[in-house]
Write a protein that binds this ligand. Structure first.
Ligand SMILES: C[S@@+](CC[C@H](N)C(=O)[O-])C[C@H]1O[C@@H](n2cnc3c(N)ncnc32)[C@H](O)[C@@H]1O
Length: 342
């Protein structure tokens, strides 16, 4: 056997769903919210969560070993508390909570990914559509708790990237922005807050309007961020100097991607800019593993939808008439792909 190579990475990845399921279950049980800024014994925490005694020590100590809880002392008297990260990002009462995406991973995608093999064999989606035959957004939006969960999941996954975009993109030449598929209005709110000269519109389906209105008024931005409802597959987009689409293009097949890009082009003025914020795959398709897995997730969710490279984006946008292109790296695997009209 070659001593220089070893199987640990293979095994770690194979067992990876154990780590994942422990964290997702802790989020589902609201372990981090319950702890908040307190310290509790395992027994007290287990009782507060209604857990059977058999599992509590293994569960909490595994969370310690994985780096998601701190423990002071040993044995039954030991005190468990949040780490700096879990206190900030996994306590539901913090505005910085990112657990919405983890709640959705646990409630929906964990099970649907079990059918990855079937998706690869058939090219067909493996989510709720399999049973209802209705398009994803229709199914998701049929009941309010599921819609609310999806909306907070989107905030969780997008917050850090939007914050980065708002800092890195030069807004000085523009006055208005329309965020298409804006969900809770997060991107519009961040732009309005950071750039006082900007007026923003968040555009999404009518069913999302009350949720966006609630989030925007909570931020006291109702006078700077408008909520407009419509269907981006049928209606023209609201006109603005900058049109953004965060994780929108990847939800659709090539024909609809091109339709959306053309709609953005048509809604922009001469000097306008179109921005797609996505887990853009590197042109060689070798490095951005998360982007590639996101594309497999689109197969599971939609079948014919897919993630894409910067080169793909440039080619489609050039076809629509855009002249100049730029890519801004955001957090981790995410980028802003920008197309300028001139
Ligand atoms: C993947 S989420 C992205 C949310 C947000 N842009 C972000 O990046 O966090 C897709 C969004 O597109 C919206 N959407 C889906 N179909 C739509 C349609 N036909 N017209 C308008 N919005 C739509 C959904 O309601 C949802 O808010």
């Amino acid at each position: 056997m070659n001593r220089a190579i070893e199987p640990s990475r293979i095994l770690e990845t194979g067992f990876g769903f154990w780590n994942s399921k422990i964290l997702l279950t802790a989020v589902e049980f609201e372990v981090f919210t319950r702890l908040s800024n307190k310290a509790m014994t395992g027994e007290a925490l287990g009782a507060a969560l209604g857990l059977h005694p058999r599992g509590i020590w293994d569960f909490f100590d595994a969370l310690v070993a994985l780096g998601f809880l701190d423990k002071e002392g040993t044995g039954p008297e030991a005190l468990y508390r949040n780490t700096a990260e879990t206190a900030q990002f996994l306590d539901k009462n913090q505005p910085t909570y990112v657990g919405g995406i983890l709640e959705m991973l646990n409630a929906r995608l964990f099970r649907f990914w079990d059918d990855l093999g079937s998706a690869l064999r058939t090219g067909k989606p493996q989510n709720e559509i399999k049973h209802s035959q209705k398009p994803l957004f229709e199914v998701l939006y049929e009941d309010f708790p599921r819609l609310d969960q999806f909306m907070s999941a989107m905030r969780g996954i997008s917050l850090a990237n939007f914050q980065e975009f708002v800092e890195k993109f030069d807004f000085s030449n523009y006055k208005t922005l329309c965020d298409v598929g804006g969900a809770t209005g997060l991107l519009s709110s961040l732009v309005a807050k950071r750039h006082s000269h900007m007026r923003c519109t968040t555009f999404d389906l009518p069913v999302v309007e009350p949720i966006a209105t609630k989030w925007i008024s909570r931020e006291n931005l109702s006078d700077r961020v408008d909520v407009v409802s419509g269907d981006f597959l049928k209606d023209p987009l609201p006109k603005a100097d900058v049109i953004t689409m965060g994780m929108i293009l990847h939800d659709w097949n090539l024909e609809r991607k091109k339709y959306l890009i053309q709609s953005a082009y048509d809604a922009l003025p001469e000097k306008g800019a179109f921005v797609a914020i996505e887990n853009l795959i590197d042109d060689e398709r070798r490095e951005n593993a998360f982007g590639l897995m996101m594309s497999l997730n689109m197969l599971i969710e939609f079948g014919d939808a897919f993630d894409f490279t910067g080169a793909d984006f440039r080619a489609w946008c050039r076809e629509a008439g855009f002249k100049r292109f730029e890519i801004l790296r955001l957090k981790g695997p995410c980028s802003a792909a920008i197309a300028y009209k001139e």
